[in-house]
Design a protein around this ligand. Structure first.
Ligand SMILES: Nc1ncnc2c1ncn2[C@@H]1O[C@H](COP(=O)(O)OP(=O)(O)OP(=O)(O)O)[C@@H](O)[C@H]1O
Ligand SMILES: O=c1ccn([C@@H]2O[C@H](COP(=O)(O)O)[C@@H](O)[C@H]2O)c(=O)[nH]1
Ligand SMILES: [Mg+2]
Length: 244
């Protein structure tokens, strides 16, 4: 109870502008770039640059990475589409990358399909390598990575392989009953949109994904967004994070 109160207080604090950014009218994203001296949106390079051991990126180029977290059906994909439309990010859904592996009959396809059907988590290296490939083959330098990391082990594997942390993390907070309702109404033919798998996904979200959310809250990178209401209402909560 006390722990929940502390975490909820941390989340509340992270939705306010941190003191570093509080006196400017620029968007949080622009201020973060400025504060860390990042030159990211004006670059024309198509390569993702790995940081050197001291954390600097060759030629000063680094992608701006936003992780988008939330339970099943919390609206991550829906809101990512709005952010892409309005702010030109490239959307990489970890779930979609895994589903593409299934469709392309890759060597991991059958394993991924069974894992998704069970509502479990695909081995971290598999997912991170897909994300890495997608970033490397994109011209973009600002990405929304949707539905990842789902576990602390996912997070550590990303840090090890990619060699960087996200710039910010969005978390769509939605009550479980609403998430279940949305998933069961989705009707996109997903193998995991059924009552049993959703129950397992919620269990995993609570046990393994919430600790990741808490980790970023403690680091001051988390923007907790109320995921209830209409899509428009939710997007109006997201907009100020990115708006110029
Ligand atoms: N605010 C909302 N109110 C009602 N329905 C919504 C809302 N936002 C999204 N939906 C619908 O709920 C379903 C789940 O949304 P979405 O796919 O964006 O969630 P998600 O977080 O990406 O879920 P998953 O983790 O399962 O991929 C979709 O059918 C979507 O159209
Ligand atoms: O990082 C990830 C992302 C997804 N999965 C598996 O895919 C399904 C569906 O993911 P969505 O984000 O809801 O589209 C998820 O339940 C996991 O089984 C994963 O293992 N790792
Ligand atoms: Mg989704």
């Amino acid at each position: 109870m006390v722990r929940e109160r502390i975490i909820s207080e941390m989340w509340r604090r992270t939705t306010w502008l941190p003191p570093l950014f509080s006196s400017s009218k620029r968007s949080l994203v622009n201020q973060i770039q400025g504060a860390y001296g990042l030159r990211i949106w004006r670059t024309t390079s198509s390569e993702i640059q790995k940081p050197e051991e001291d954390g600097t990126f060759p030629r000063g180029i680094t992608p701006f990475i936003t992780f988008v977290l939330g339970g099943p059906g919390s609206g991550k994909g829906t809101q990512c589409a709005r952010i892409v439309e309005n702010f030109g990010f490239t959307h990489l859904s970890a779930g979609d990358l895994l589903r593409q592996e299934i469709s392309s009959n890759s060597e991991n396809g059958a394993m991924i399909l069974n894992t998704i059907k069970d509502g479990k988590i695909v081995p971290s290296e598999v997912t991170v390598k897909l994300i890495q490939k997608a970033i490397e083959s994109s011209e973009s330098h600002k990405f929304l990575i949707d539905g990842f990391p789902r576990t602390e082990e996912n997070r550590l594997t990303y840090e090890r392989i990619i060699g960087a942390e996200p710039n910010i993390v969005l978390f769509f907070d939605c009550p479980p009953e609403e998430m279940v309702k949305r998933v069961l109404n989705r009707r996109q033919g997903r193998v995991d949109d059924n009552a049993n798998t959703v129950k397992e996904r919620l269990k995993i979200f609570r046990a393994l994904s919430l600790p990741v959310v808490n980790y970023y809250a403690k680091k001051g990178k988390l923007y907790k967004i109320d995921g209830t209401g209409t899509e428009d209402e939710i997007f109006e909560r997201v907009r100020p994070i990115f708006a110029a």
